[in-house]
Design a protein around this ligand. Structure first.
Ligand code: 3PG
Length: 204
């Protein structure tokens, strides 16, 4: 699957912080049951790679990716664990669109966007979206950078997501609101499926 195809699977890519590897499979099942298929497991906990491995092996319909990928070696490691895409909060020096797994790099400025385009990327995470200009910044990027499309992430929620999704250069949005930490901790998978169902139905 290409990165474009992955990002088009649903309007929202859940950003997940998983503390306990036993939560990985039920959480991924809860999200896919609601219609969210591309799942970003952030490499912020010691069990993240194992969670990616389990979701990749056990959850039909899920397309698992890694988030918070900040080095080339992390990109390699998540590919080996079964990640189908990688997301970074920024540009990783020396990394290009070619690599062991498709990469969605983060950018916050026009200069970073230009560096990313030079490295062969055409999809970017605007991060942290609500802080670095949000909808206004993306509107401003559309005319000078028609070849770039975005997954704004950071401060995006069910309320403001439609404003982002209405933009022609937004392919999807990312956010953690569909898998709140307390619901994951409590194993409240029904609540997460409900949030995912609502998110999957979002549009401009
Ligand atoms: C993150 O890095 O945690 C993501 O950007 C998610 O941000 P959010 O918690 O504001 O959705």
């Amino acid at each position: 699957m290409t990165l474009t195809e992955i990002l088009k699977l649903a309007p929202v890519v859940p950003v997940l912080i998983i503390e306990d590897e036993a939560q990985a499979v039920p959480l991924a099942r809860a999200l896919t049951a609601g219609g969210l298929y591309a799942l970003e497991v952030t490499l912020r906990t010691p069990v993240a790679l194992e969670c990616i491995r389990r979701i990749a092996g056990e959850v039909e319909g899920a397309v698992v990716g890694a988030g918070t990928v900040t080095t080339a070696s992390a990109r390699q490691a998540c590919a080996e664990a079964g990640a189908r895409f990688a997301v970074s909060p920024g540009l990783i020096e020396g990394e290009t669109a070619e690599g062991p797994v498709p990469l969605l790099p983060g950018i916050a400025t026009a200069t970073e966007l230009m560096s990313g385009l030079r490295a062969g990327f055409s999809h970017f995470k605007l991060f942290p979206a609500n802080v670095v200009g949000g909808v206004g910044a993306l509107k401003a990027f559309a005319s000078p950078f028609p070849q770039a499309s975005f997954c704004p992430t950071g401060g995006v929620d069910a309320k403001n997501a439609p404003d982002y999704l209405a933009l022609s250069n937004v392919i999807c949005v990312g956010g953690s609101w569909v898998a709140p930490g307390d619901a994951v901790k409590a194993g409240d998978w029904a609540r997460i499926t409900k949030l995912a169902t609502e998110a999957a139905g979002l549009h401009a």
